[in-house]
Structures are given as structure tokens and as C-alpha cells.
Design a protein around this ligand. Structure first.
Ligand code: AMP
Length: 115
């Protein structure tokens, strides 16, 4: 999508700190981290919100969790634990209309459900 900030990161039109990339996903540091580890796992396929995920994305969504698993182990935060958050729509505060999975860790996280 032309004016999507995450599509621009994927196309290297804007810079980001990429920590992992393959043909299906890109993973980069959140520019405004909420925890010592705060990465965003983003499918390269432009899907605006979780409401647009369909059966054809079965493999992709499962794959995203496999990538999270792999990164958590490789970067050494698997053992201590972490949190995965996906916002959807205005009440969640979703800012970027391209689905993404926040992975937060590196400290004891606060309330399990925010505000
Ligand atoms: P959400 O509120 O779930 O849509 O989260 C969007 C996230 O993207 C926020 O945590 C932002 O800090 C992050 N973000 C926005 N622009 C960039 C960028 N250019 N590079 C890295 N992270 C970004």
C-alpha cells in the first residue's frame, strides 16, 4: 500500500532497525519502545486490521508465531517470558493500519490487561 508506513519500511523507503527479515515477514524495533525489548513483527502482505485476516492467511499467522518463538530464543528473552499484543481498531488505539504484533519483554511487565 502506497501510503502505509510499514509497507514503506518493507520497501526501505523509510529507515528502521530491522532485527529479522525473510520472504514473509519483517521484524524491527519499535521507534517508541514501551519495554527494553519492543519489536514489531509485521507480515509483508498488507492486511489493514485483524478483521481482514482470512482463511488464506492461516499459514502466515501461524508462521508469525513461529518467528516470534525463534527470535525470543535467539535473543535470549524466551526463558524470562514476554508479551505479544495485536491492536485492532480505534478502541485499541491501533495507529498503523497494517497488522503487526508487538513483542514486549526484557523486564517484568505490568498489568496483564491495560486500562
Ligand atoms: P499500534 O498502536 O498497535 O498501531 O502500534 C504502532 C506502533 O508502531 C507504535 O508502537 C509506534 O511506536 C510504532 N511505529 C510507528 N512508526 C514507526 C516507525 N517508523 N518505526 C518503528 N516503529 C514505528
Amino acid at each position: 500500500m502506497e501510503d502505509c508506513i510499514f509497507c514503506k519500511i518493507i520497501k526501505r523507503e523509510i529507515p528502521s532497525e530491522i532485527v529479522y527479515e525473510d520472504e514473509k515477514v519483517i521484524v524491527f524495533n519499535d521507534v517508541n519502545p514501551a519495554a527494553p525489548i519492543h519489536i514489531l513483527v509485521v507480515p509483508k502482505k498488507h492486511i489493514a486490521t485483524l478483521l481482514e485476516v482470512s482463511e488464506e492467511d492461516d499459514t502466515l499467522i501461524s508462521y508469525i508465531y513461529q518467528v516470534i518463538n525463534k527470535i525470543a530464543k535467539e535473543r535470549g528473552f524466551a526463558e524470562n517470558g514476554f508479551r505479544v499484543i495485536a491492536n485492532c481498531g480505534k478502541d485499541s488505539g491501533q495507529e498503523v493500519m497494517h497488522i503487526h504484533f508487538h513483542v514486549l519483554g526484557g523486564k517484568k511487565l505490568g498489568a496483564k490487561i491495560v486500562g
